[in-house]
Write a new protein. Structure first.
Length: 240
């Protein structure tokens, strides 16, 4: 069971038919988004229970429920093989090496959904888990984008065997990201907030590119870096 907090995440999951029940705080009936949620829940036969603010606060794990909590269920267990099988040749997968902040993970998943990426791969250890904060920050995109945990090195080898080019995004890159071909079947590797990409993992990449920095800072937040590279891929796809 997945607990979703906040109006947009609950509404997006409700549209997909994933929400089983909703808890709504008394006194929010006049909010436009809440009205959308209750109207759609009524149409879909989803139970809505009104509860007091103190009860809602006790249930919340993010501290930012916006007066609504939804309980969703998804039975899909993703894997690299399943994503490759269902996507086809133009697959785009993100590999996140030790991204430990759930806010960054949620932001990356949201951008991945918007840019049409096919999945986000995270390691079994040393990474943020897909929790309630991730669901909220992603605005429900975590229910649309396949996210799974696995061992990174065998996964990279499998991708390369399947014809994906594995591209690292790191300050040590040999050329700027916009000079690299990002269209086609690719896996984009991004490192954690403090350490960047593990050197051993970096050595497994087919190519390493960097994002030019023109100010005094030497790097960007990992979720911002992911956005820049993903939308360069979109630009290249659209311009051919």
């Amino acid at each position: 069971m997945i607990q979703l907090e906040g109006r947009n995440p609950v509404y997006e999951a409700l549209k997909q038919g994933l929400v089983l029940s909703i808890k709504l705080e008394y006194g929010h009936d006049d909010n436009a988004k809440i009205k959308q949620i209750t109207d759609l829940a009524r149409k879909k036969g989803v139970k809505v229970e009104l509860i007091k603010r103190k009860q809602m606060d006790r249930l919340s794990t993010t501290g930012n429920h916006q007066g609504v909590i939804g309980y969703a269920q998804t039975n899909v267990n993703w894997s690299l093989s399943k994503v490759l099988k269902e996507t086809g040749k133009e697959v785009c997968v993100l590999i996140l090496d030790q991204v430990q902040d759930p806010h960054n993970l949620g932001a990356i998943i949201r951008t991945s959904e918007g840019a049409g990426a096919d999945g986000v791969l995270i390691p079994k250890k040393g990474s943020a888990e897909v929790n309630n904060t991730v669901h909220r920050v992603s605005m429900g995109a975590s229910l649309n984008v396949p996210v799974w945990q696995t061992n990174l090195y065998p996964a990279i080898k499998q991708m390369q065997d399947e014809g994906l080019r594995v591209i690292g995004i790191d300050a040590s890159g040999s050329k700027p990201y916009y000079e690299e071909k990002l269209s086609g079947a690719v896996a984009l590797v991004l490192g954690g907030e403090d350490r960047g990409i593990n050197p051993t993992l970096l050595s497994k990449c087919d190519s390493v590119v960097y994002i030019p920095m023109k100010g005094k800072m030497d790097s960007l937040n990992v979720s911002v870096a992911a956005s820049i590279v993903l939308y360069e891929r979109v630009r290249q796809q659209e311009t051919g």
